[in-house]
Design a protein around this ligand. Sequence first.
Ligand code: NAP
Length: 248
Amino acid sequence: MKLTNKIALITGGTSGIGLEAARLFQSEGATVIVTGTNAERLQHAVAVLGENALTLSVDLRDPAQIDKAVADVVETFGRIDVIFANAGAGTAAPLEAVTPEQISEQFALNFNGVFSTIQAAAPHLSHGSSIVVTTSFLNEVGTPGLSILSATKAATRSLVRSLGAELAPRGIRVNAVSPGPIATPFHEKLGLSEKDLAAAGLAIQAAVPLKRFGEAREVATAALFLASDDAAFVTGAELVVDGGLTQI
Ligand SMILES: NC(=O)c1ccc[n+]([C@@H]2O[C@H](COP(=O)([O-])OP(=O)(O)OC[C@H]3O[C@@H](n4cnc5c(N)ncnc54)[C@H](OP(=O)(O)O)[C@@H]3O)[C@@H](O)[C@H]2O)c1
């Protein structure tokens, strides 16, 4: 058991990578708190994770909701040992079609949401705690139509280094897990037509050296490594789980 008696807060824990991580962390002895916004997915998480898990409706674009959620967690459990700042979403649009609202929305969730979660929770973390942020293969490549999403993820990669430096004196590690294309509902939310989504899926699968999409569980196991003491001497790093897409 790699997370015995740990209190783990997982944002975006109601679907895809976050939900798989919640199941895995639980099976390794952690008590998990998962957040999301969609009522049906929150209900599904309750069904999957059972009564020992806490599910919270938190829109990470709103810092006040984050502060309240962290206060609720600390009131219930007294501390936080692991943060998996994983929630994220994107909107695909070419240069000429990107709107200021799309830029604000994506940064509000993918960057500000991660920052505010860590900022709110940091006072409640003790020596040996671990923060894992979900970045993306997109911070290493240029992809038409994904300029803003990619930039938000590059910003979080930078944040992992800066906060790693700030929190190292307190014995708190900060790392990133960087998924390649992973089979989750994420892609359906990009706003692409079915035809464009299918074409993009085939193209990216062909570009991945291992010739397939990854599974959410394959990212969750990497997050578990970074969250646990197995990675006790790892901080500021990004663990890439992308079938070789950005590496070979
Ligand atoms: N799948 C991929 O190919 C891929 C590749 C690279 C990086 N990633 C990253 O992996 C992370 C997890 O994505 P996934 O693939 O597991 O996608 P997913 O299945 O769509 O899960 C996204 C999670 O984020 C939550 N979320 C969305 N908007 C939110 C908001 N405003 N406030 C709070 N939570 C919100 C969702 O909850 P609700 O729906 O309830 O709001 C859900 O739990 C994201 O950061 C994504 O950028 C994914």
